[in-house]
Design a protein around this ligand. Structure first.
Ligand SMILES: [Zn+2]
Length: 271
């Protein structure tokens, strides 16, 4: 069997019937996932992906890493049943401070999953539980083997925009990341190695703070290919769109090739 030379990392946010920014419809998501399954793609876990980057682990040529940012309730309602049905796996980077307690909601008589804008308003008004995942839902998805949860910080704050003093900014970030790690340890019983930056922002200082706390794999919104030579602190991701499986397949093809992917990024000025 041939091995992967580059692994595409797909980035989703919402899967919802309510259109908006960073949203794919449930029909599009099903179409994407059914095509990946039909074409024989293996959807990998976060640790396998990190071991691949570190050169410790070979992955099959048709490997893809599916990620979701923020941890919206719609992931549980509309994405999880499709992943489970098709035997696929994804990672959700959850903002741990937004995850609620209480019983798992129904995926068969689904609760309202509002659009991206309404979700932001709900979070800002202290009603995150109405639109974000609960721990019980996370546990169900993890127990089914369909989803892994990793960190997207505890607060989703952009400290670079709100704290001018470098030392104070560093301290605020360290506190935010430590809270997320502590929460994941307490709720899921493990030390997380994977961190996704809010809105893709990071700098040299951010990387050193994350590494000091034990995060090894840092996920960005940069669009480069991921090969064995990609530093785990600079993981590129492919932005998914509400477009056809053909569109997705072309993107995956490009990002599975170090040569094509590198060329494509250069042409788009994103190398
Ligand atoms: Zn985010």
């Amino acid at each position: 069997m041939s091995h992967a030379r580059a692994v595409p990392v797909l980035m989703y946010h919402h899967v919802s019937p309510n259109p908006g920014l960073v949203t794919v419809s449930p029909a599009t998501f099903r179409n994407h996932m059914e095509t990946l399954a039909a074409r024989g793609y293996q959807t990998i876990g976060a640790d396998e992906f990190l071991e691949f980057l570190l050169g410790k682990y070979d992955l099959p040529a048709k490997s893809v890493f599916i990620t979701f940012d923020d941890g919206y309730l719609d992931n549980y309602v509309y994405a999880y049943p499709v992943l489970r049905e098709l035997g696929l796996k994804a990672t959700i980077f959850a903002v741990t401070g937004w995850v609620g307690n209480g019983q798992a909601r129904s995926t068969t008589s689904p609760p309202l999953c509002p659009d991206h804008r309404a979700c932001k308003v709900a979070i800002a008004e202290g009603r995150a539980d109405e639109v974000m995942l609960r721990w019980s839902e996370i546990e169900a998805m993890e127990a089914a083997g369909s989803v892994e949860i990793h960190s997207h910080t505890h607060s989703h704050a952009r400290w670079d925009k709100t704290v001018a003093d470098p030392a104070a900014r560093r301290a605020a970030l360290a506190q935010d990341l430590a809270s997320s790690r502590d929460t994941l340890r307490q709720k899921l019983g493990r030390d997380d190695r994977h961190l996704c930056w809010p809105q893709g922002y990071f700098d040299h200082d951010y990387v050193s703070v994350a590494q000091e706390l034990g995060f090894e794999a840092l996920y960005t919104t940069r669009k480069h290919v991921n090969t064995r030579h990609t530093p785990p602190t600079d993981i590129g991701r492919l932005v998914t769109k509400d477009r056809t499986d053909k569109w997705l397949e072309r993107r995956i093809f490009i990002y599975s090739s170090p040569f094509l992917g590198g060329l494509y990024s250069k042409l788009r000025g994103e190398a």
